[in-house]
Design a protein around this ligand. Structure first.
Ligand SMILES: C[S@@+](CC[C@H](N)C(=O)[O-])C[C@H]1O[C@@H](n2cnc3c(N)ncnc32)[C@H](O)[C@@H]1O
Length: 305
């Protein structure tokens, strides 16, 4: 399959469906619709009494997801479930999902291939674009403001904390000297100039800096913490939370939140170790290489009705 084809392949699809164990009459929340690959899978497993609630704070992703799910609805006819799509951050989930009403919640964190591939969104450095990186373009500041306005010290801390970049001080110094920085390619060049020559198979030296900026601009870790805070309130007893993370900062929050919740009698953990993609999936869809899936079931009296 081509990269273009891989764009539409949701990560760990079968594993997600197994853990969600969709009941036809149930209520399921997809916190990160993206291209709606997982959402379509959930929708097809629901019946007319079922309900799918989907979030994406990226309005372009939301419209693409809407188009795809509308086509599925047409195909399913009167067997289609109710679908509601919400163009907000999933940290606002409690405003839209009633307490103890959900049978399953899914979150596939991170950026979509759509965001990465569109140079004008400014997420990647493979193609040149403006330094933006906002998933929700109604919010600020964008990556350009962060890069051009933060103090050197703040930048170094941000790149260290969110990029886990040991050379953060050197990178921050080069960024401040290179200002004003307008494009992703310019930033990538500046960061690369501070690094030793790349060896074969190494990640690009700007990868960690870009990750740090993206996490900061989109407050990604706060979003994830808010979801773990809300999910136990929104799930029915035996309802499940399934999350897929793409880097260690995200996975650490998932791992610690589940572990802590298990200690408090909130969660029963279903994945002792995170589930990762097999070789075949990685070949087909390189994005799945760093994916780690964790799932847990809400403990409590009673069964799902
Ligand atoms: C990795 S993609 C999801 C792919 C999707 N599972 C599929 O099957 O196509 C992540 C999506 O979640 C959205 N997203 C990330 N963080 C979000 C948040 N905190 N609130 C709402 N949407 C978010 C992004 O805009 C992106 O479209």
């Amino acid at each position: 399959m081509t990269q273009q084809g891989a764009r539409h392949v949701p990560v760990l699809f079968d594993v997600v469906m197994d853990f969600l164990n969709v009941r036809p009459d149930g209520t399921y929340v997809d916190c990160t619709l993206g291209l709606a690959g997982h959402a379509e899978g959930i929708m097809r497993r629901l019946g007319p009494g079922g309900r799918l609630i989907g979030f994406d704070r990226d309005s372009e992703a939301l419209e693409l997801a809407r188009g795809r799910l509308d086509r599925v609805r047409e195909e399913m006819g009167n067997k289609a479930p109710r679908v509601e799509l919400i163009g907000e951050a999933f940290s606002r989930i409690e405003e839209y999902v009633a307490p103890a009403s959900a049978d399953g919640i899914l979150a596939d964190f991170g950026v979509s291939s759509l965001q990465l591939d569109e140079a004008r969104r400014g997420f990647g450095f493979q193609a040149d674009g403006p330094l933006d990186m906002r998933m929700d373009t109604r919010m600020g500041p964008d990556a350009g403001q962060v890069v051009n306005e933060m103090s050197e010290r703040e930048l170094a801390n941000l790149i260290y904390e969110y990029g886990e970049e040991r050379r953060s001080r050197t990178v921050a110094r080069a960024i401040v000297r290179g200002r004003p920085i307008k494009t992703t390619a310019q930033l990538a060049r500046i960061v690369k100039s501070t690094a030793p020559p790349m060896k074969f198979g190494q990640i690009h030296p700007a990868t960690r800096t870009f990750q740090a900026l993206r996490i900061s601009v989109n407050r990604e870790l706060d979003e994830i913490r808010a979801l773990f805070e809300a999910a136990p309130k929104l799930l029915k007893p035996s309802g499940r939370l399934v999350v897929i993370s793409f880097h260690s900062l995200e996975d650490r929050i998932a791992k610690d939140s589940f572990r802590e919740g298990a200690g408090q009698g909130i969660w029963s953990i279903l994945t002792k170790k995170p589930v990762t993609a097999g070789e075949e999936e990685i070949q087909r869809n390189p994005r799945s290489r760093s994916a780690k899936l964790r799932a847990a079931e809400k403990q409590g009296l009673g069964t799902r009705d």
